[in-house]
Design a protein. Sequence first.
Length: 729
Amino acid sequence: MAIPLCNTQPRLLSSLNHRRTLIRTHHKNLHFTSASKLRPSLSLSPFQSLHLSNSRRVPSLPLKSASINGYSVHDGAEEYVKSRGEAEVDLSERLRRWMAFVRSILPGGSWWGFSEDVEVRILAEPVTVSRALVRMWQLVANDRWIIFAAFSTLIVAALSEISIPHFLTASIFTAQSGEIAVFRRNVNLLVLLCIIAGICSGLRGCFFGIANMILVKRMRETLYSALLRQDISFFDNETVGDLTSRLGADCQQVSRVIGNDLNLIFRNLLQGSGAMIYLLILSWPLGLSTLMICSTLGAVMLLYGRYQKKAAKLTQEFTASANEVAQETFSLMRTVRVYGTEQEEIGRYKQWLGKLADISLRQSAAYGFWNLSFNMLYHSTQVIAVLVGGMSILAGHITAEQLTKFILYSEWLIYSTWWVGDNLSSLMQSVGASEKVFQLMDLSPSDQFISKGSKLQKLKGQIDFVNVSFHYPSRPTVPVLQRVSILVNPNEVIAIVGLSGSGKSTLVNLLLRLYEPTSGEILIDGFSLRELDIMWWRERIGYVGQEPKLFRMDISSNIRYGCTRKVRQEDIEWAAKQAYAHDFISSLPNGYKTLVDDDLLSGGQKQRIAIARAILRDPTVLILDEATSALDAESEHNVKGVLRAVRSDMKSKRTVIIIAHRLSTIQAADRIVVMDSGRVVESVTLSSMVMMGGRKMTRCCIQNGSHKELLHEDGLYARLTRRQVDVVA
Ligand SMILES: Nc1ncnc2c1ncn2[C@@H]1O[C@H](COP(=O)(O)OP(=O)(O)OP(=O)(O)O)[C@@H](O)[C@H]1O
């Protein structure tokens, strides 16, 4: 199995650079030390800073400059040589930094800010809770019965649960006062309420769980199909790790909204409101004081929720970045192993884990503050109830039974408020995570999936590139093709040659309409490619890429992949024979049923399967991108075999375009087009040659000439040919 070693390093770096464009750092925790490297600086807690000062006793400690949340700490070894007087000054300096740090971690201090540290380019419009809920409702609307069932059971369960303290207290006090009949009635009602609450709670959990499952399923389906319908240029800018992270972790996070957050928020809102009304009826002064406490709790909870939403967005971005690194490393595992860069890759991954931990640290601290506020406010309701309630009992305004009920219900109210707050912050996090998911879902599909073009009655296979110029959307300033004109006649075999990067594969990309030319046009049998039905056109093309990829399925399915007509096993085997793949497939233990994926076959074997796949489609236009480097010998053999098969099969004639690197393949073509820096510079027919006047070539200047004359002209073709001969020699 050949490994494209040299090509991988730029990919690693380009991915890094790509993330850099997404995440801009302004501030303390990150520095870009060079154009191509992203390096996080140390961000230490005061405890770590203490460790730093201790390190002065250990001069060899290799510490360079670090920072305590932006306040720099000097090199440990350097400080070791400082005088005692300087150390004292240093002590006051350290004290100052400590004070600054303590100030920064107080509520509202700079330590809490995310946006100051890292500005993430979030392309999505901010999603409000209501907008997110509407979107989710649209996704589950087809199964709205489950939502209605879930909310109905929720209401019944919540009302039953909230009534329990009333009948519990009433039962105790009626037993104490000896009212047996009332006691019995209260106990019966209590049992009934417990049963109803139990059953409805169970059903509620089940229904919300189902609704959740439906939401995640629809969300992933919608997102996946939206992504698959994007232009190819979209995938030039997005990474696989990032997209799979949106499909996996983000959708899962968003799905908590229905099953968990809404469920608990509604239940607790209902119960809290019930408890509030009950308290106000029992004693309005007590009720109002509890209401004030709950309002304070509500304000804290709103701030906390907003903070969590911000944190969720960053967590989502950094998780995607971590996934991206892992995905890239795993897919390039052989390169990583050969170059021994495991430690560097771990470092790259740890970098993002560090950022995630940083956010998590702040989230935990915020959660601590939230719990602290809750505890203080919760206990103050108890103190107020005992104080005001005790005085009311002494004054004869309320009874002991009423005060007991009050304490139970105020506890219920404050807990409900806490639950609402907790789940509201979780809801905010989910809404934060939903922004990118909904943004991707809302991307309009590529025009190719919207507009229906025309289909030709009969395709002859004439292809005409007319003054085609092109640059990739991701690199608008780099022209890749410049006024390229090539006419390929029906049933002609044309070879495109040229130096690496001269734009050969790009020509094929345009012919497959993976990209659109920036100017000029491509005509198929005289009709503009833009106006043809793209599915119809692609069905008539057999394409074998330079490094074909296989799907994780058996060989038969891989050969049949994408073939729209009905094929039998004999057809598959026929195609495999044409592609010189039958012998090696038959020698495998399970033959055509052997399960393969990208790693289990040699490059040449994969290419032969891809050739069989292309032949099985019985295409009018066959495109072969001959592999370079390590695959060459085998690839050359395969391609030549296919060309022989195409030539000998007179029944089904095809136009063939080969991107060729080997002289022997080139010679099997009817015509050769030589490309250099995105232009056609020479064109040679099998028995004649044409110099195209260098870069000023026009379409009509084709003249006859010989192979020898072309060599004599000493153009690019001559150089390429000589190079091949040298290699053979
Ligand atoms: N998806 C892309 N986005 C941006 N630039 C690209 C993309 N694909 C190719 N290029 C650039 O376009 C130029 C032409 O590439 P192309 O693959 O067409 O060359 P080629 O002649 O087929 O090379 P080779 O023989 O090595 O396959 C190169 O400079 C390449 O870096």
